[in-house]
Design a protein around this ligand. Structure first.
Ligand code: ZN
Length: 323
């Protein structure tokens, strides 16, 4: 067919009203927020974030570090890693687009880097232009569905604006023994508070990973694999939730508490149990009705949070308090 000068353009039927698009996105986003915070966030994450913000200058310094770190990290990754695109690691590129769209954040740039450990991390100082890095160790050992959950988890950090707080965590991890302005700013109690917040924030983001998943089981399997390291070419390994729960009960009797209190992430077995609880939470299926199976027995978010609080409390007193 020949198009004359006045022929209808195929683009005429495409709605290009940006304001309308933004309003639609906002309405969708608002439906999943409570007081401006994503509704799946773990309550301890929010509570401790508020406490951190009360530390004088904490937020201002953290934000500055995040902006500086993000710009520098993006340059470094551009120099040493490979960025996913429609023609380079297109599967990873598409997973990131899907997850970002699901949560309502800007599409991240995802880099694949040479590192045999199973890891992923994010740099962002806002929700618009995040940078996510995944290691080849992670890509090799996880299934595509599981990789998507990891990318969803990282998008969760962006969605919850965790990176501003996390930037201080990373500095702390490197400089705990040195005399540094930030260390001087934070008392010992505040340092422990920071680590406790960081572990709670990970629970929030494991939930984001499940919300972005193609299957709930993928999200639980990621945490199982992060706990035991995953074996290449061994799909017959199965980890039993009941046994993991018994293992955690035993943990309360050993002197591992101090080590755990200074960790940025909850231990693998705690995360497996927390994910298992969220897989039965009605809120998950508000986000993802398509993942719901007939006859599922669901629990409220409050019930889920209460159960998870017990699993991630490192100190016995905290566990008792949540009973
Ligand atoms: Zn994380």
């Amino acid at each position: 067919m020949e198009y004359g000068y006045f022929a209808a353009s195929p683009l005429d039927s495409v709605r290009v009203n940006f304001g309308e698009y933004m309003n639609k996105m906002k309405a969708r986003d608002d439906a999943h927020r409570v007081n401006g915070i994503p509704d799946y966030a773990f309550p301890l994450d929010l509570k401790l974030r508020e406490q951190l913000r009360k530390i004088p200058l904490f937020y201002t310094i953290s934000k500055k570090i995040a902006v500086h770190t993000e710009a520098r990290a993006r340059q470094l990754e551009t120099a040493q890693s490979v960025m996913a695109s429609p023609t380079q690691f297109p599967d990873i590129f598409n997973m990131a687009r899907d997850c970002a769209k699901r949560l309502g954040i800007g599409a991240p740039n995802v880099y694949v880097t040479h590192d045999q450990s199973m890891n992923a991390y994010t740099y962002a100082s806002d929700t618009v232009t995040p940078t996510i890095v995944v290691t080849n160790g992670l890509v090799e050992r996880l299934t595509p569905g599981e990789i998507k959950c990891v990318i969803g988890h990282e998008c969760g950090h962006v969605h919850n604006e965790h990176l501003v707080y996390q930037s201080v965590c990373n500095v702390l991890a490197n400089l705990l023994s040195g005399r540094n302005a930030i260390i001087q700013l934070l008392s010992k109690t505040n340092v422990l508070l920071f680590y406790e917040w960081s572990r709670a924030a990970e629970i929030t983001c494991d939930r984001a990973g499940m919300i972005c998943a193609d299957s709930v089981q993928d999200a639980i399997n990621v945490n199982k694999k992060l706990a035991y390291g995953s074996f290449l070419n061994r799909e017959d390994v199965d980890i039993n939730i009941k046994e993991i729960r018994a293992q955690l009960d035993e943990l309360s009797m050993v002197a591992s508490v101090y080590t755990e209190l200074m960790r940025t992430h909850p231990s693998g077995i705690r995360r497996v149990l927390a994910s298992d609880e969220f897989s039965r939470c009605e809120l998950l299926y508000k986000w993802r009705p398509d993942l719901k199976k007939p006859g599922m027995k669901l629990q409220t978010k409050e019930e889920t949070d209460a159960a998870v609080s017990k699993y991630i409390a490192v100190l016995k007193e905290d566990r008792e308090e949540t009973k």
